[in-house]
Design a protein around this ligand. Structure first.
Ligand SMILES: NC(=O)C1=CN([C@@H]2O[C@H](COP(=O)(O)OP(=O)(O)OC[C@H]3O[C@@H](n4cnc5c(N)ncnc54)[C@H](OP(=O)(O)O)[C@@H]3O)[C@@H](O)[C@H]2O)[C@@H](O)CC1
Ligand SMILES: Nc1ncnc2c1ncn2[C@@H]1O[C@H](COP(=O)(O)OP(=O)(O)O)[C@@H](O)[C@H]1O
Ligand SMILES: [K+]
Length: 454
């Protein structure tokens, strides 16, 4: 499940250095990167007039290469720079451009804007006047491209260091960087394209991609396909949403462990008043569980059963309050921002770093939810889902995700894979549900979302 590598600035520099050590020419790599970006820009804009903004480093160097190659294709191109180039490759690229270089602050707008001011070398926000000029030029352009990153964005955290416009396209060079997939930065890129620059980019963090899901084998029966036990609590609606999602996740059997009356629900979900974990391949605790002593006893009983567990909502609150104890292995925890803070406190670094640290500390796969959801495993792997529908920000969608995690865990037995599949299916169900949906509507979309990935 690899949707493209995600490398920090330092990891990207190490990948480039390894390529140089293996004999790749430094300026040649800039030419390759510039050519890949120019081809993408050409496809979008053809011969529409273009303004390329070039910074002092190698990102600016890419800009000079792009300007030259677009000019070679007959595009009316102007270049505007922020001062001189201060890298050897950047100077060479500027010399190869050979044309006039205007001042960024005075350059007139064009139909196409290419931002090659700063990339992974940005160390601080742009001066206010430069940032305002960048926003004005991007706003005046019909087509805008950011090279590697929109200028003003911190590569490793996705923080906005100075005013950044919304770019039509961002062309990531060689690998994605955390800012391409983390908020708020990712919200400044309409479309994200990964340009191959021909170097190896080994990574343990990837962008989440569409899974390939196995259909049941010919001899399958309901127990071989995985039985999910859902521990219900007083807020029974949430427990039912989770059970319904688990029942549409590809699992063979869902048992709802509810001691009180249950509202209308799929008749395929089997109800038990007692905590019966027999044959369960995964147990889900948390949605609708509550936070009282009875809730704690139900969580403790589920943990004691030794079945692979998904803990969400009320279970996370109780774990934060009373300590982790003996959480079964494997386990998946699915905190949103507030639950994450409560469980793990103020961890340093990006959302990816924090999710990885939490996974290491807890020994569980962590699904750190939000507009950018990070799925992290204790062994250091992570996948980042960005671009999910903001309509998901409605009550109960987390219960659906927790049910999907439990269902896929029962099917696969692999917590990282299960969590990745669940997050993808959740996002895909939301995409299919359209706008202004409620959490229940996601359930309707799940079978089609699964069918599309068989
Ligand atoms: N290695 C390669 O061959 C390849 C690299 N590639 C490309 O290189 C990019 C990385 O290049 P890079 O490391 O030169 O950094 P870059 O983003 O151009 O900026 C650094 C310069 O900006 C300056 N500076 C920083 N912040 C500033 C601010 N707010 N306002 C003003 N100045 C500021 C900083 O100076 P300083 O911080 O020291 O003051 C430094 O001079 C990468 O994103 C990709 O596009 C591709 O071509 C593939 C081949
Ligand atoms: N702005 C957003 N864009 C995309 N996905 C979102 C956004 N806000 C929330 N989500 C997703 O919606 C779900 C909400 O879960 P949660 O906060 O636990 O809600 P609840 O407890 O009400 O079910 C999570 O999967 C989260 O990743
Ligand atoms: K840039």
């Amino acid at each position: 499940m690899t949707g493209g590598p995600v490398l920090t600035a330092a990891q990207m520099r190490a990948a480039e250095q390894a390529a140089f050590d293996a004999g790749i020419d430094e300026y040649g790599l800039m030419e390759t990167a510039g050519a890949a970006a120019a081809a993408i820009i050409w496809r979008a804009g053809h011969k529409r007039d273009a303004l390329v903004l070039c910074g002092p480093g190698n990102n600016g160097g890419d800009g000079y290469v792009i300007a030259r190659l677009l000019r070679d294709r007959g595009v009316p191109v102007r270049v505007a720079a922020l001062g001189e180039s201060c890298t050897v490759s950047g100077q060479r690229a500027r010399a190869a451009w050979g044309g006039p270089v205007e001042n960024v602050m005075r350059a007139a707008p064009a139909t196409q804007l290419v931002d090659a001011l700063f990339g992974t070398g940005l160390t601080r926000g742009l001066d206010d006047a430069v940032a305002a000029r960048l926003c004005a030029l991007a706003g005046a352009a019909a087509i805008s491209h950011a090279i590697d990153l929109p200028s003003g964005i911190e590569t490793d955290s996705g923080a906005i260091l100075s005013a950044v416009p919304l770019f039509g396209t961002c062309i990531a060079l060689g690998a994605y960087k955390p800012a391409h997939v983390l908020q708020p930065a990712a919200g400044h890129m309409g479309r994200l394209v990964l340009a191959d620059i021909g170097i190896a980019t080994p990574a343990t963090v990837h962008r989440l991609s569409a899974p390939v899901l196995p259909a049941p084998v010919a001899q399958a029966h309901k127990y071989t396909r995985g039985l999910v036990a859902v521990v219900a609590g007083d807020m029974i609606g949430a427990s039912c949403l989770s059970a319904e999602a688990a029942a549409r996740s590809g699992a063979g059997y869902v048992r709802l462990l509810a001691h009180g009356p249950v509202p209308r629900m799929s008749h395929a979900i089997v109800q038990h008043a007692s905590l019966d974990f027999g044959r369960a391949k995964a147990v889900l605790v948390g949605p609708g569980l509550g936070r009282d002593h009875a809730a704690w006893e139900r969580l403790a009983a589920a943990a004691k059963a030794g079945v692979p567990m998904v803990a969400d909502a009320g279970a996370l609150w109780l774990l934060a309050e009373k300590g982790w104890g003996d959480l079964p292995s494997p386990a998946i925890v699915t905190p949103h921002e507030g639950e994450f803070q409560r469980l793990f406190g103020d961890l340093p670094g990006s959302k990816i770093d924090r999710a990885l640290a939490a996974a290491r500390r807890s020994g569980a796969v962590v699904v750190y939810k939000g507009a950018d959801s990070v799925i992290a495993a204790p062994d250091g792997r992570a996948a980042v889902a960005s671009g999910a529908s903001p309509w998901l920000s409605t009550a109960g969608t987390g219960d659906v995700l927790a049910g999907l995690c439990a269902g896929r865990l029962a099917v696969t037995g692999d917590p990282f894979r299960a969590a990745c599949e669940a997050v993808w299916l959740h996002g895909e169900a939301a995409r299919r549900a359209g706008a202004a949906f409620v959490a229940d509507d996601l359930l309707e979309s799940l079978p089609a979302a699964i069918a599309a990935r068989l």
